[in-house]
Design a protein around this ligand. Structure first.
Ligand SMILES: [Zn+2]
Length: 454
């Protein structure tokens, strides 16, 4: 969809893709989805709620479905504006090339890539040469030391489940008091799940005795020769910091009960510490010390970093419209208790929000695995947007202070968020940190969307 010059072929691939689960064959999912929705509505009714969304939100940070819809609406308008601008830049390329057509959904990625290349000219391979896995791990340790006074000492006398796994004892670097163990399992191997994630092998607790947390970060990098640096992409480096944020959330926990420990917070809140930590990768402090060219040892230049940032923001209109349209449909599906016709329902919701014709939902109803493969993200797809807002708003606390390494702010983050697990209502916890509820304006600023003056 991004690289093929054959427009007819793109259209064909697109049609097949968006009709998954929606063809006249035995894999059509519509009837199954409708019965899942009916059963959920029934379940909510039995539990004393008006609809499934209200039940599901009752233990989330947002609490009220209307709040999530309000947030979606507030981001929707500027995102659509952004899409309009992007589409006109793409249309200009089409016209200049002598193409006699309007941008269609199967053209979007293809022409967006052309605009991106022309505007930012980024070579991912150039960036990669500065991103050595072990250096970045040291950079994460250093960041945790600067922000939260944590120290890391590699230990060799604990059991590991594979020879690739290494372990560090984590302590308070001022007092030397040990707070937990961090396992690092970076390499791909046969039988390992793909992607990157954090695991809590033992949750911190002190019911009977003080039990320290044991957490791991797991990724799937390709192991090089022992004398060769493992080079990773900017996206992977961001993910590395992200997962380390989850690990810190587990390690810094200081509560009594294991069920309320570390990352056991609401689903729309749990990505906050992890997304927040991603910001430190792009700080000059970290890049100058740890993003060093694998041959020359030169640090990654700030101008290159700025170009990465701008290029990352470039297609935010598309990404936001794609995901928020899915969030709208998800929430509305779970606010209704009537039997729906998936096609009609999708059409109705999308026309209510004036969906741009050049983009389709990221997940159409017949293929919306997030919300139908289990109850986990049902009436919960908004969580990504919600976490984005919290994260953007929280990072501004540092920017309003003395910058990313403002000690007062990081100490407050430790005290009010990272150490308290799920002991306090998540919304209250956030306000303890920030002094106010998360504000969606912060996200608009982070994504370069126009912010309306109040
Ligand atoms: Zn995460």
């Amino acid at each position: 969809m991004t690289f093929s010059d054959q427009r007819k072929l793109r259209e064909q691939a697109f049609e097949i893709f968006v009709k998954r689960g929606d063809n006249y064959n035995s894999n059509n999912t519509n009837a199954t989805l409708v019965s899942i929705l009916q059963l959920r509505a029934k379940k909510a009714e039995i539990l004393g709620f008006k609809n499934f969304a209200e039940w599901s939100l009752s233990n989330k940070m947002a609490k009220d479905p209307q709040k999530t819809l309000d947030l979606m609406h507030s981001v929707w308008k500027p995102a659509v504006e952004k899409v309009k601008n992007d589409v006109s830049a793409m249309q200009k390329i089409v016209d200049d090339e002598g193409g006699n057509f309007k941008i269609q959904p199967w053209d979007y990625r293809y022409y967006a890539e052309k605009v991106r290349k022309a505007k930012y000219d980024l070579d991912q391979n150039e960036i990669k040469q500065y991103l050595q896995l072990e250096n970045l791990r040291e950079g994460m340790f250093w960041t945790a030391g600067e922000l939260f006074d944590l120290g890391f000492k590699q230990v060799f006398d604990v059991p590991v489940y594979h020879p690739d796994v290494r372990v560090w004892e984590v302590n308070n670097k001022n007092t030397g008091v040990v707070i937990g163990l961090w396992y690092f399992d970076p390499y791909a191997r046969v039988g390992k799940r793909s992607g990157a994630w954090m695991n809590s092998h033992r949750d911190q607790q002190k019911i009977k005795e003080n039990l320290l947390p044991i957490v791991s970060n797991n990724c799937n990098f390709i192991k090089g020769n022992s004398n060769e640096a493992v080079l990773i992409s900017w996206d992977d480096a961001t993910t590395l910091f992200h997962e380390f944020g989850h690990a810190l959330h587990g390690l810094c926990s200081n509560v009594t009960y294991p069920s309320l420990s570390g990352t056991s917070v609401a689903r729309d809140y749990v990505e906050f510490p992890s997304q927040l930590l991603e910001h430190w990768l792009a700080t000059p402090e970290v890049l100058n010390k740890f993003a060093l060219h694998y041959k020359t040892n030169e640090p990654l230049s700030q101008s290159l970093v700025e170009r990465i940032g701008k290029a990352a923001n470039f297609n935010e209109g598309f990404a936001t419209v794609e995901t928020i349209s899915s969030s709208f449909v998800d929430m509305k599906l779970h606010l209704t208790t009537e039997t729906v016709d998936p096609h009609e329902f999708e059409k109705k919701v999308l026309s209510e929000i004036n969906m741009p014709s050049e983009i389709v939902m990221r997940h159409r109803i017949p293929q919306f695995a997030h919300i139908f493969s289990s109850d986990g993200y049902a009436a919960g797809y908004y969580s990504y947007l919600w976490a984005d807002v919290i994260n953007a708003d929280a990072y501004e606390a540092f920017l309003e202070g003395n910058g990313p390494f403002d000690k007062n702010v990081s100490e407050r983050l430790y005290k009010t968020v990272l150490s308290v697990g799920n002991m306090i209502d998540n919304e209250e916890m956030y306000e303890n940190f920030r002094g106010h509820a998360p504000q969606s304006d912060a996200l608009m600023r982070a994504r370069n969307f126009p912010v309306e003056k109040q």
